[in-house]
Design a protein around this ligand. Structure first.
Ligand SMILES: [Zn+2]
Length: 316
């Protein structure tokens, strides 16, 4: 395989549970659990998870310890280390700086801490190139924070910070509410990817496309709409597909129901990603194995998916 990479991976959903425990001890935070094993359990999506909202509850615990610069730098470093050790040569890691400002840090400080961690990771493991995508968050009280995040991307865009995204509860806060945020991103001509068509339907994807994005996080709802599938192909849009995560949020009722094979066969530029390594107890290799065993992807087809990701990467 020429390249081994993923484009859609959340920092806070991919922390080492033992690090969360260690950080809590060091920061004097009382966690609602009594051991690193319990941390792991609490960070992991339960097998009977039914919705994206329930899935997103897994992030409350890790975010408690991500309110200090050293902690953010450490987890960013560790994730690059974990990915390098897993044999990846490229990865884009995403996170929302605004979720780490609860104890007074600025988004500037948070972003710089994450950049330091990633840079240190690449120094220690020169075989991997890693980037950071800064996420805005879906919500109805955080527009200022979202606009600040866009400003952070403009300010730090370079060798590590590479794009803006929006994450969070798509069902509650549809993509169309965030025009102002993406207008600003376009004003600055920032690279972008947008979570859409995960819980939302084809219209959410259309709205994201209207903002000018060339990449969609998930986008699996496109399977419901042939015209949209055609549009994705014509516009050369890349979908960052996360099979296990979609199963956990019950966008796919079973793994086999997941539309990745149908989207790929239809000619959509599909990529394979783990979304959240800890929350979904997965990693790239595991996702590739699912593609082979459940969806009968051949080595050549897997290679195509990785080539798709390579072509759509933000850092060239
Ligand atoms: Zn995601």
């Amino acid at each position: 395989m020429k390249h081994r990479l993923e484009l859609h991976l959340h920092l806070d959903g991919s922390l080492r549970p033992e690090t969360v425990w260690d950080l809590a001890v060091k920061q004097g935070i009382r966690l609602p659990v009594n051991s690193p094993e319990e941390v792991r359990f609490r960070m992991r999506v339960p097998e009977d998870c039914k919705t994206l909202d329930e899935y997103l509850e897994r992030f409350a615990l890790p975010l408690l310890v991500l309110q200090e610069e050293d902690a953010i730098e450490r987890v960013a470093f560790e994730l690059v280390e974990d990915l390098a050790k897993a044999g990846l040569d490229y990865a884009e890691i995403r996170f929302a700086p605004q979720l780490s400002v609860k104890q007074g840090l600025s988004q500037n400080a948070v972003t710089e801490a994450a950049i330091r961690g990633v840079a240190r990771g690449m120094e220690a493991y020169p075989g991997i190139r890693a980037g950071l995508i800064l996420c805005c968050m879906r919500g109805d009280t955080n527009e200022e924070l979202n606009l600040q995040t866009v400003d952070m991307v403009k300010k730090y865009l370079g060798d590590i910070v590479c794009a803006v995204d929006i994450a969070g509860a798509e069902g509650q806060f549809p993509t169309e509410l965030f025009k102002k945020v993406f207008d600003r991103a376009n004003e600055y001509q920032l690279p972008m990817t947008i979570h859409a068509g995960e819980v939302g339907g084809p219209d959410s994807i259309r709205t994201a496309l209207s903002y000018g994005t060339k990449r969609i996080g998930h986008g699996v709802a496109a399977i419901k709409d042939e015209t949209l599938i055609k549009e994705l192909i014509e516009k050369n849009i890349t979908l960052e597909v996360c099979v296990t995560s979609n199963y956990h949020t019950k966008i796919a009722k079973t793994l086999a129901d997941h539309p990745i094979r149908r989207l790929f066969d239809a000619g959509v530029k599909v990529t394979v990603n783990s979304d959240n390594m800890t929350a979904s107890d997965t990693h790239l290799q595991k996702e590739l194995e699912i593609l082979r065993s459940v969806f009968k992807f051949t080595d050549k087809e897997i290679e195509r998916l990785q080539e798709n990701a390579w072509d759509a990467r933000f850092l060239k």
